[in-house]
Design a protein around this ligand. Sequence first.
Ligand code: HEC
Length: 148
Amino acid sequence: MNTTIRLSLAALFFSSLITFAAEKVDLSKLPAPSDKTIDFVKDLKPVLEKSCFGCHGAKPRAKAKYFMNDRQKSIAGGSSKEKAILVGKADQSPFLHFTADLVEEMEMPPLDKRDRYPKLTKDQIAMVRAWIDQGAKWPEGVELKAAP
Ligand code: HEC
């Protein structure tokens, strides 16, 4: 293989990686944000405890290394090193993309685990969207707990 071919193959390879990192998501599939003011403790905490925390808790069984115990950790993200929540920008947040099944292989909860961890309803996803847009407000001192 000559050098030119090798270089163009390398360029092709890296450009495909960049495309992947940019996460092409079809935002038209997102439910519109809920128009109510989201009360995290009442509206979302129980949902996230039921559908996410079993894998994203303090001692996750999963390999995700993404902990949703408190606001700061939930925003920070996990092994991807990308922020999971971009405060004020729901449509750019992986947290919402994954929850709304916009990214193949990254559907949250994972497709094969939904008997135990139910997928969020359209209304709940709309609330997640509104919550992030409204500043991902999460009262000081509140932590997620394992669902009973
Ligand atoms: C059955 C276990 C399980 C459940 C339930 C689950 N996840 Fe995950 N999650 C994973 C695993 C495993 C990964 C890592 C996947 C990978 O990187 O390939 C992951 C990765 C993620 C990431 C990316 C973190 C990073 O930066 O690498 C986010 C964000 C996320 N999950 C959000 C959620 C949300 C929100 C819920 C609930 C709606 C949820 N997950 C429910 C197993 C789960």
